[in-house]
Design a protein around this ligand. Structure first.
Ligand SMILES: Cc1ncc(C[n+]2csc(CCOP(=O)(O)OP(=O)(O)O)c2C)c(N)n1
Ligand SMILES: [Mg+2]
Length: 727
């Protein structure tokens, strides 16, 4: 017999027999009608779990991870306000139901549509069985445990800043708090640990951080036991984090402690950790059989502690509800859910690829028009830099000015990263910005990439436009899931209702002569190229960098896009092109109104003998190679892709159509997902035959004199070009 049926029959038999589990008398706090309302939410959660299993059996439902044993979360919801943003553990159906009840809504229909993967599912549009509701301030969460905690910290941080500088698209009221829940095993994940540490680190400095962490401790993660006492031992005394503990089987105690914890968070604007002891009924998920790794006695001991049985006892003790009436509510809820489910499974589902893909790209939003900063504001911000604007400058300086103008124009832009503030960045790109805009818009974060990206994502949940920085491309990788799993997927499985607009600046690529090795010179962007919906931009000169950055900010701000702006480090300080002191790679600052449109490629020269298709450092090297080509009578044009994801393939094909040959120059590794692979494929598919590519070796980059030995060089490009043209 399945455990879900055993638990069900236990409930019926024990309530009938008045054989209720022992426990403390009700903790004062909940009125009798509130207890009954919470019990109704608990029953609905339980019924949905059972129905989801029946639906799966019938081939009408597709995922059954459940909430049974965790119904105490209804009381946590009741202790919060419905506009406190909640980033929920997957076992929190009862929380969502109780929150809906606070607003007088029943959410069974919506949740059953999600179970049925119906296209009418209001949260994911049929893409996932997931908790979530825009109206209930519950953003849906991915299946990656703990990955929602960094952004929950970010959203909590945003509340303080929004008080001082309310952004146009602010989503959370001033006195809201943020709640994030997770399991006991998940609490050990380095992503979770990073978030607790960041919350503590922030609160330790008396910076407001109203976040309530809720650890639902059922003592196990799938089959692996959490050492007894571990959660309390490791969270009881963390700096900056106040610890609360409650018996999650007892709705009255849970409510009382959660209310106390919430008051601490809300009133003192400080983080708290609510340790809620629960049980897990029915095993981990659908096909998991707990009896394969737990003894029958252990499983039965948990089942004997069914929180619904405790609720029946508590309500009887409080005189709120007679057990027979409780039983009637339980049965009638199950019957109603089955009825509603029978209807939900008839609703239309997603069918085609385009149905599924419709929400990969979030919808545009309306933004208040801006005329840009006034002359006075610019004069005040730029100071003596204004004079220097008439002169050609290297890229790092032009980017700094572009950021300044963008921050003047859009007060919701916030920069965050390691050393971006006081130091102004490793390469000076963010110099003076903290002085110009204050420490709360140019945030020196702690050293944790997941927290930096989480801060950005969370702040965007409250209307800010984050421009986080990752110091070097190689250091994106330990936080990559925040972009790949979190930011990029959210519009997809929230049907476009939630998005993560941001412009993530990353210093990267190779060719630094005097500095670093394979970490500071990382030429692999494969990891950014295969993320659906992500825009990857890479400028090659300073003026274009400024104009592209403006377009990236527009894409994030108005179209809610997730944009990565990859800045070629070696070109930051580049001044000369052909020879020393020629100043051939410096540019003057383009007027703030000038932008380069997304997908528009650049073209240098008009030659027809050869088109060189490249980007970033390749653009610089190809122009150097072009001197040799000209000496050899070859008329080339050099195309700058600028946008590396999605690649502007159509534009590339059009721009090379009248050329006799095409050489792709790609500074990424030859067989590791560099743009050359897609470009060569597109050229071949278009029937072009005179094509060749030059790429980096499949190697890491060395430091010292061999720093460029594995990368394309100007001489190598010239040689390959001549060979191709003369072939
Ligand atoms: C990063 C990551 N690793 C592994 C998994 C697979 N997984 C899903 S739930 C889970 C156990 C979580 O246990 P716990 O946090 O205690 O939550 P519970 O299911 O007990 O409520 C694991 C290992 C995952 N979803 N994400
Ligand atoms: Mg657990």
């Amino acid at each position: 017999m399945p455990r879900s049926l055993i638990v069900h029959e236990n409930f019926l038999a024990r309530v009938k027999a008045r054989d209720l589990p022992a426990g403390a008398p009700p903790t004062p706090g909940l009125a009798p009608h509130e207890m009954v309302a919470l019990f109704r939410s608990q029953c609905l959660s339980r019924a949905l779990d059972r129905t989801s299993r029946a639906m799966q059996k019938a081939g009408q439902g597709f995922y059954t991870i459940g909430s049974s044993g965790h119904e105490g979360m209804a009381a946590v919801a009741h202790a919060l306000r419905p506009d406190d943003m909640a980033f929920l553990h997957y076992r929190d159906a009862a929380f969502q139901i109780a929150r809906a009840a606070q607003l007088g809504q029943s959410i069974a229909w919506d949740m059953l549509l999600s179970f049925a993967s119906s296209a009418e599912d209001p949260i994911s549009g049929g893409r996932h069985k997931v908790l979530g509701s825009k109206a209930l301030a519950i953003p849906p969460q991915t299946s990656t445990i703990a990955s929602h905690l960094p952004k929950a910290v970010g959203a909590a941080y945003s509340l303080g800043l929004a008080r001082r500088r309310p952004p146009e698209h602010r989503a959370l009221p001033e006195d809201a708090l943020v709640m994030a829940s997770f399991g006991d095993a998940s609490a050990n994940h380095s992503t979770a640990q990073g978030a607790f540490n960041t919350a503590g680190w922030t609160a330790f400095q008396s910076v407001p951080l109203p976040i309530l962490f809720v650890c639902e401790d059922n003592g196990i993660g799938i089959s692996t036991r959490t050492p007894r006492g571990w959660i309390e031992a490791s969270f009881r005394a963390r700096p900056g984090l106040r610890y609360f503990r409650a018996n999650g089987l007892d709705m009255s105690e849970t409510y009382a402690v959660a209310a106390e914890a919430a008051a601490h968070v809300r009133n003192r604007r400080r983080p708290a950790f609510l340790h809620l002891e629960t049980v897990r009924l029915y095993g981990h998920a659908g096909a998991d059989l707990p009896t394969t790794y737990l003894s029958r006695e252990e499983v039965e001991a948990e089942e004997a502690n069914d929180p619904l049985l405790h609720s029946v006892r508590l309500m009887a003790d409080a005189g709120a509800l007679d057990p027979d009436e409780a039983l009637a509510i339980y049965l009638e809820t199950q019957e109603r859910v089955d009825r509603v489910a029978a209807e939900a499974v008839t609703r239309p589902r997603l069918k085609s690829a385009s149905d599924v893909m419709a929400s990969l790209i979030p919808p545009a939003r309306t933004c208040a028009p801006t005329n840009g900063p006034s002359a006075e504001a610019r004069a005040a911000a730029f100071g003596s830099d204004l004079k220097a604007m008439a002169e050609p400058q290297p890229m790092s300086r032009l980017l700094n000015w572009a950021l300044t103008d963008l921050m003047l124009a859009h007060p919701e832009i916030v920069l965050m990263g390691e050393d971006v503030g006081r130091k102004g960045g490793v390469y000076g790109v963010t110099q003076k910005l903290q002085t110009r805009f204050g420490a709360d818009r140019v945030i020196d974060t702690l050293l944790d990439e997941q927290s930096i990206l989480g801060l950005g994502i969370g702040m965007a949940h409250n209307g800010f436009l984050p421009v986080p920085e990752i110091q070097f491309l190689a250091y994106l990788h330990n936080a990559e899931d925040q972009i790949r799993g979190e930011a990029a997927t959210l519009p997809f499985f929230s049907n476009g209702q939630y998005a993560n607009p941001m412009v993530l600046r990353i210093a990267g690529l190779g060719y630094q002569k005097g500095f670093g090795g394979h970490f500071h010179n990382d030429n692999s962007i494969a990891v950014l190229r295969d993320i659906p919906g992500l825009i990857l931009a890479c400028p090659s000169d300073g003026a274009e960098a400024a104009m592209m950055l403006r377009e990236c900010v527009r894409l994030a701000r108005e179209e809610q896009r997730l944009v990565v702006f990859l800045e070629p480090i070696a070109l930051y300080p580049m001044r000369d092109l052909a020879e020393e002191k020629d100043g051939g790679w410096m540019r003057t600052y383009p007027d703030p109104s000038e932008r380069l449109r997304f997908g528009e490629i650049g073209c240098h020269g008009e030659g027809r003998d050869l088109a060189i298709v490249t980007f970033g450092n390749g653009m610089y090297l190809s122009q150097q190679a072009n001197f040799t080509l000209r000496e050899n009578g070859v008329a080339a044009r050099i195309l700058d892709l600028r946008w590396l994801a999605p690649l502007p393939l159509e534009a590339m094909l059009r721009a090379t159509q009248d050329c006799r040959a095409v050489l792709v120059v790609d500074e990424c590794r030859r067989s590791a997902g560099g743009p050359a692979e897609a470009l060569m494929t597109a050229l071949a598919e278009a029937g072009r035959t005179r094509i060749a590519r030059i790429t980096a070796e499949d190697s890491f980059i060395a430091t010292g004199p061999a720093y460029a030995a594995t990368l394309p060089s100007a001489a190598g490009i010239a040689e390959a070009a001549l060979a191709l043209v003369r072939a």
